[in-house]
Write a protein that binds this ligand. Structure first.
Ligand SMILES: C[S@@+](CC[C@H](N)C(=O)[O-])C[C@H]1O[C@@H](n2cnc3c(N)ncnc32)[C@H](O)[C@@H]1O
Length: 236
């Protein structure tokens, strides 16, 4: 299946639009069905023995997935700061409170992700997370985004739709979980823009000292991780 990137309906709606509000709620269910919190939990448990001090989620939506992952990992830490970056601020009071209960400082940043990386200067973060976000972009933009991440982070994990016949079939059935018109359209477009094989590794900048992993995850998802390992031999 050739990769096709089309604009998603949710991205073109204001966060107050009732259909967008519903679609963001649908996304929580979609993440639940895809098992993304568990996929991130096992990847991050393996990569970090204690909570990272600085975490950025890009295209984070309402931030509820990252909160769930942090709670599953019991990442209580008064030393952690999180930046929740998205073009829309849809982070609820309950999600803010959830992060605060873990002891985290929360910054909700309403911005285009490219603009935000540009504004950050050279400051590094320990971890960047992306969920159902990378597939929004064509390869040149994606390559630029991954380069910014490699410039600014010591670890990156992402979970995306897998571009497969099985995922495509199930994306056409999301009405079964009560998904609205926006989610029904976007689910199919997301799979068509999703990834397989080593497509993300191929777009990651070729630099030494990064351990790269890309694989199928669960039934419908595609996982990518990049971890900086100073003592590792050059990749490729
Ligand atoms: C499919 S949703 C996923 C949201 C969230 N990660 C989740 O799993 O629920 C994609 C998100 O990317 C955001 N987005 C799209 N393009 C963006 C951009 N260029 N910069 C920042 N956010 C963007 C949208 O507002 C939306 O919240």
């Amino acid at each position: 299946m050739k990769r096709i990137v089309q604009p998603e309906l949710l991205d073109e709606m204001s966060s107050e639009n009732p259909e967008a509000v519903e679609a963001r709620r649908d996304l929580q269910w979609v993440n639940w069905w895809m098992g993304h919190a568990a996929i991130f939990r096992s990847a991050l448990r393996g990569a970090f023995s204690s909570p990272p001090k600085s975490i950025v989620e890009i295209g984070a939506g309402d931030g509820s997935l990252l909160l769930r992952v942090a709670q599953m990992l019991r990442w209580d830490s008064r030393e952690t700061t999180v930046w929740i970056v998205d073009r829309e601020d849809t982070v609820s009071a309950a999600t803010h409170m959830g992060f605060n209960q873990l002891g985290w400082r929360v910054n909700v940043v309403r911005s285009d992700v490219y603009e935000w990386w540009k504004s950050r200067g050279a400051e590094e973060v320990d971890l960047v997370v992306a969920n159902l976000f990378l597939h929004h972009f064509e390869e040149p933009e994606l390559q630029r985004l991954l380069r910014s991440i490699a410039d600014h982070a010591t670890a990156f994990v992402g979970c995306e739709p897998r571009r497969s016949a099985l995922a495509h079939f199930f994306a056409r059935q999301v009405w079964l979980i009560g998904a609205n018109r926006v989610t029904r359209v976007d689910a199919v477009r997301s799979v068509e823009a999703g990834f397989n094989e080593t497509e993300l590794i191929n777009l990651w900048p070729r630099r030494p000292h990064w351990k790269l992993t890309e694989c199928r995850a669960g039934l419908f998802s595609h996982f990518f991780a990049a971890l900086k390992c100073p003592d590792r031999a050059p990749v490729g």
